[in-house]
Design a protein around this ligand. Structure first.
Ligand code: NAD
Length: 301
């Protein structure tokens, strides 16, 4: 099969001044994409800011013979997001790919967590994904083409001590994807999620150096770049790290029909093992499939 190329395609990568985003931007540019490198350039907790980080990645792309533009906006700032889109459209007239990668951490156990830190993390990850997607959506619809990759986390899908704010935001992003994957389909807009594990400043204090060495961001980017390609599926959650790749799905068990008459709390308790039985479980593509199952069971199917 032919190599995957992005010649003539325009990509925006948010939070691409360092870590994973930088690597995604470099790989897209290496394969021919013109790239807007966005990064607020703040610290890992979201404080501060400068366009120096984005500028440096643009310089790297240009030094390698690629095309790139720097944008230092925050993904939560409406005017900044609008500017990022305008820069891409003015320079290249289209936007084919959006990688929503920007993010911060404000970890604390839920008891100790300030609500301000909860709201900030949800805002940066969730609204900082939604706003750039909203800003490219009509452009992609008009083009009848778009590839969007959002960034989730095992903390959202499975939990991680001290990350209730981050986990809520990261699974919120999956909820967002699950609906817009349906709404984008008729205009050939595919949206997928990456759940990475990589050695970046976000994780540098969490693991020993020899483990971090095996978790280079460049081991994640091939998955992201595949999800940004014409051949990408839609609605997938790709997990990636250390060179390993897998899919994560939300499964629902077949469950039981307990009937309408005499239904009680105790019946739910007494049938818990059957409700939880994984045999025949399925990953639905739309919410309506769940209701469909309920009605099938009601009719004795
Ligand atoms: N590293 C991991 O193991 C891991 C695991 C799961 C998920 N993630 C996610 O991957 C993404 C990239 O993280 P990373 O590990 O490369 O960390 P990172 O801190 O190196 O990269 C995040 C980048 O986003 C930028 N950023 C932060 N807030 C921004 C804003 N408001 N506007 C624009 N840019 C902003 C930062 O300046 C930074 O360069 C994040 O969404 C993170 O939650 C990372």
């Amino acid at each position: 099969m032919a190599d995957i190329r992005f010649d003539g395609k325009v990509a925006i990568v948010t939070g691409a001044g360092g870590g994973l985003g930088r690597q995604h931007a470099l790989e897209l540019a290496r394969r021919g994409a013109k790239v807007v490198v966005n990064d607020l350039g703040g610290s890992v907790d979201g404080s501060g800011g400068s366009s120096a980080a984005a500028d440096a990645v643009v310089a790297e792309i240009k030094a390698a013979g690629g095309e790139a533009i720097s944008n230092g906006s925050s993904v939560t700032d409406d005017a900044g997001v609008a500017l990022m889109i305008k820069q891409a459209m003015d320079a290249w007239g289209r936007i084919d790919i959006l990688i929503a990668n920007a993010g911060i951490l404000r970890d604390k156990s839920f008891s100790k967590m300030d609500m301000a830190d909860f709201e900030l993390v949800v805002n940066v990850h969730l609204m900082g994904t939604v706003k750039p997607v909203k800003a490219v959506w009509e452009i992609m619809k008009e083009q009848n083409y778009g590839r969007i990759v959002v960034t989730t986390s095992s903390s959202g899908m499975y939990g991680n001590f001290g990350q209730s704010n981050y986990g809520a935001a990261k699974l919120g992003i999956i909820g967002f994807m699950n609906t817009i994957k349906l709404e984008g389909q008729k205009n050939n807009i595919h949206i997928n999620a990456i759940s990475p594990v990589a050695a970046t400043r976000m994780t540098e204090n969490l693991m020993p150096a020899e483990v971090l060495e095996k978790l280079k961001p460049e081991y994640v980017s091939p998955g992201v770049v595949y999800l940004a390609s014409e051949e990408a599926p839609t609605g997938a959650i790709l997990t990636a790290g250390a060179g390993a790749f897998a899919l994560s799905r939300i499964y629902e068990t077949e469950g039981v029909y307990l009937g309408e008459g005499g239904l009680s709390v105790e019946e739910v308790r007494d049938n818990w093992a059957k409700i939880a039985d994984p045999s025949g479980q399925q990953a639905y593509v739309t919410g309506g499939e769940q209701s469909g199952k309920f009605f099938r069971k009601l009719q004795g199917g």
